[in-house]
Design a protein around this ligand. Structure first.
Ligand code: SF4
Length: 345
């Protein structure tokens, strides 16, 4: 019989397995605790289970453990970690420390199919979706590394690393469930932000599923033609479709959305672009994060200059929008926004 991944089992399946092996239901709770609270990577470590039962688990299941391949630290202490899966697929996580917090940025896919023109990950192409244990494992490992490097645990998680999380919907949500469950990692959903390039039907699904974490949209242009050039996914879900999904999301959840907007010189940084952005964001209460562009390997874009950025920001503020300019971190180690793409892959 082929072994199944133990972290792919839901609780009911664990109970079923326990019963089949003449064990009571509380054993499933014990296994769950070891898996999702202690983050163990083998059955041997589950010391409160009978030895024979551990053997039965060993025979039926395997662990989708991830391995740290390398760690890179930037001058500003941003730390990029390259992970590998059992089948040697690579993906990256980043620790971003600031004065009062440490944020982990995690990946949901190895590579990405969406090919946004400013993004290094997109140029890698799509390798595969990450499994529940591989997404959860990044948070677990980054939390441990955070403690070692910064003397504290993670305060925030952003799902903005490699890949489009809403194209790996089930696994991403199941991982978040284990990250936030009180009996598992117990992380507050209000400190988690999932960022999407705008997979409209799945934004509606998030609203239907009543998810409590924050949602951010990588917008980068409020003009259909420009956005389609920067983000080809806009050809499938254009701004009108996206706006309908955001409206639906807000009506169902009442949650404020954040828009990410990378300022690209001469592409989307004109006052006319700011005007369109202010019109688009009228859909619901929101916050806008303007992001300075980071140079990648094969640059087709340049960062917007300081004066343009200032004017863009002032215009949005004059429309009573909440705007912040995000400082980029970890540029020297290619860990900044849009720069995640490992050379090994
Ligand atoms: S920006 Fe995000 S969605 Fe676009 S290619 Fe990069 S990883 Fe994929």
């Amino acid at each position: 019989m082929e072994k199944e991944c133990v972290r792919n089992l839901n609780f009911d399946k664990l109970v079923e397995f326990c019963k089949k092996n003449n064990q009571q239901e509380f054993r499933a709770r014990q296994i769950s605790y070891w898996l999702w609270h202690k983050g163990v990577s083998d059955f041997e470590s589950m010391t409160d289970l009978p030895k024979k039962f551990r053997g039965a688990l060993e025979e039926a299941f395997y662990f989708d453990n991830i391995k740290i391949e390398s760690t890179n630290r930037s001058k500003d202490k941003t730390t990029k970690i390259l992970f590998s899966s059992l089948d040697n697929k690579l993906f990256e996580g980043v620790l971003i420390p600031s004065k009062d917090r440490v944020t982990a940025c995690i990946s949901t896919q190895s590579g990405c199919p969406l090919n946004c023109s400013f993004c290094s990950t997109g140029k890698m192409g799509f390798i595969r979706n990450l499994r529940v244990g591989e997404i959860f494992g990044q948070v677990f490992e980054l939390n441990e590394t955070c403690k070692k490097l910064f003397g504290r645990f993670l305060t925030n998680i952003v799902i903005m690393g490699m890949g489009e999380p809403l194209l790996n919907y089930e696994n991403t949500l199941e991982a978040i469930k284990h990250i936030t469950n009180e009996n598992d990692l117990g992380f507050s959903p209000h400190r988690i932000t999932l960022s999407t390039a705008g997979i409209a039907p799945k934004i509606k699904s998030l609203a239907d599923d009543k998810k409590k974490f924050n949602l951010s949209i990588s917008l980068h242009s409020a003009d259909n033609q420009k956005r389609s050039e920067i983000m080809p996914i806009n050809k499938k879900y254009d701004l009108e479709t996206l706006s309908a999904a955001i409206r639906y999301f807000y009506e169902k959840t009442g949650q404020r959305i954040t828009y990410e907007y990378i300022l690209l010189k001469g592409i989307n940084d004109d006052i006319k672009d700011a005007e369109k952005l202010s019109q688009f964001t009228k859909i619901s209460p929101c916050k806008i994060n303007l992001i300075g562009y980071n140079s990648g390997d094969s640059d087709i874009y340049l960062p917007s200059d300081g004066k343009k950025t200032e004017e863009f920001m002032t215009f949005l503020k004059s429309k009573n929008l909440i705007v912040t300019l995000r400082k980029s971190k970890g540029q020297d180690i290619n860990a900044a926004c849009g720069q995640l793409a490992n050379k090994k892959q």
